[in-house]
Write a protein that binds this ligand. Structure first.
Ligand code: GCO
Ligand code: MG
Length: 403
């Protein structure tokens, strides 16, 4: 079999998605996701100018060799743009291989280690009462795990803390990023109050999670971890900037709160200290940013040696294609932890016909050959690309800060 053509489709059914379609001389094609939120066109150029021309005529079954050809062969390795491009191609190649075998992708990855995968969804609110109500409603819908975030009194609405974000846009700002205000001293005392109230109301069976969006220093994160210990969170996510692996030593030594990080990682080298020193409990890499199915398998297998579990990033900027690949990997690996699933707009679901399904807190991969997700190009054509950005954060005195 030979690769004959590769098409890159950019569309915005509520969010911008970059989708790769790899064609072969046998009539089979494969689909991949190569979206980098807010930087979509950079991946398109990388693929069209530098990747597609090198792959025409190659054997699509050689996914491992092509992965290394694009990773090592480029000399300029790693980075979100390079790795998203590799991810999109890799997903499409695994899709072709599994379709040719007539098997769902998880069968090629070792078969089923579980029938369905546990997910967590998000709840936000403008005050604690609203969040508690939202979490209780999720529990009634059968969710086993919920991420809870609350707006901070005294600050204007800020991304990821409450209901400030427009659900369909997932917090994306058009056409240019706005600037938001952050104050750690207003946030730190609030979060334990939220989880105290949540435990009083929803009890101890529901897994509760919280995302800090990289906003604390290691010692501030240590404080928050300690203050949250009585409420036994499933995890505390992205408490400190993810690139400071050594910072997790300080954080870890002060709290028994399980720690999750990795949604912005694109290579195992982002996490070798974190994993080998057992500084984290959950690795949040995802197929679209960490090198596709091949990249995820390598990273989760390495993590398994150190008892670190998987927790693929799955907000609405991870397209239903990457979600499908995540679910197949989640189904096959032994060290699965949890899968994030924040849902999609109706238009997005219409644009990506799929075999995976969601029901009452769990996702199932489905039995269609390949990863089971396709793209409806007629629907895609109705939703042209529209620039959108994540917000930028500043401290109250104007200093630019992480989020
Ligand atoms: C999460 C994430 C997202 C990111 C988004 C950025 O845990 O789901 O933090 O909400 O902010 O993916 O593009
Ligand atoms: Mg997050």
């Amino acid at each position: 079999m030979k690769i004959t053509d590769i098409k890159i489709i950019v569309a915005s059914p509520g969010r911008n998605f970059v989708t790769v379609k790899v064609y072969t001389d046998q009539g089979l094609y494969g689909i991949g996701d190569a979206t980098v939120n807010g930087r979509e066109k950079a991946v398109v150029a990388y693929l069209e100018e530098h990747v597609v021309p090198c792959l025409i005529g190659r054997d699509p079954f050689q996914s491992e060799d092509i992965w290394h050809y694009l990773y090592r062969g480029a000399y300029w390795r790693r980075g979100p743009i390079t790795m998203a491009a590799i991810s999109g191609i890799d997903m499409a190649l695994w899709d072709i291989k599994a379709k040719a075998a007539g098997l769902p992708l998880y069968q090629l990855l070792g078969g089923k280690s579980r029938d369905r995968v546990m997910v967590y969804k998000h709840v936000g609110g403008s005050d604690i009462a609203e969040v508690v109500e939202g979490v209780a409603a999720m529990q009634e819908q059968g969710l086993r795990a919920v991420r809870a975030q609350v707006a901070i009194p005294g600050l204007p609405p800020i991304y990821g803390t409450g209901d400030s974000t427009d659900q369909a846009a997932g917090g994306m700002i058009r056409p240019l990023p706005n600037e938001e205000v952050w104050a750690t001293h207003k946030y730190l005392p609030l979060v334990p109050k939220l989880f105290e109230k949540l435990r009083d109301t929803v009890g101890w069976d529901l897994h509760l999670l919280h995302d800090v969006h990289h906003r604390l220093t290691p010692i501030e994160a240590a404080r928050l971890g300690r203050d949250l210990e009585p409420y036994r969170l499933f995890w505390l996510e992205d408490a400190i900037p993810a690139e400071l692996q050594e910072g997790f030593r300080l954080f870890r030594q002060h709290t028994t709160q399980p720690i999750a990080v990795g949604e912005i990682f694109n290579s195992v080298y982002d996490a070798t200290t974190l994993i080998s020193e057992q500084l984290i409990d959950y690795l949040r890499v995802t197929s679209v940013h960490a090198g596709g199915v091949t990249g995820l398998k390598k990273m989760f297998d390495f993590a398994a040696i150190y008892h670190v579990r998987s927790a693929c990033h799955g907000p609405m900027d991870v397209s239903p294609v990457a979600m499908g690949c995540n679910i197949h990997v989640d189904t096959a690996i032994n060290n699965f932890g949890i899968q994030e699933f924040s849902g999609y707009t109706e238009e997005t679901l219409e644009m990506f016909p799929r075999a995976w399904s969601y029901e009452a807190g769990f996702l199932e991969a489905g039995e269609a050959p390949g990863h089971g997700v396709d793209i409806d190009e007629d629907v895609a054509a109705k939703h042209p690309y529209s620039p959108a950005y994540l917000p930028v954060a500043r401290l109250e005195d104007g200093t630019l800060t992480s989020w």
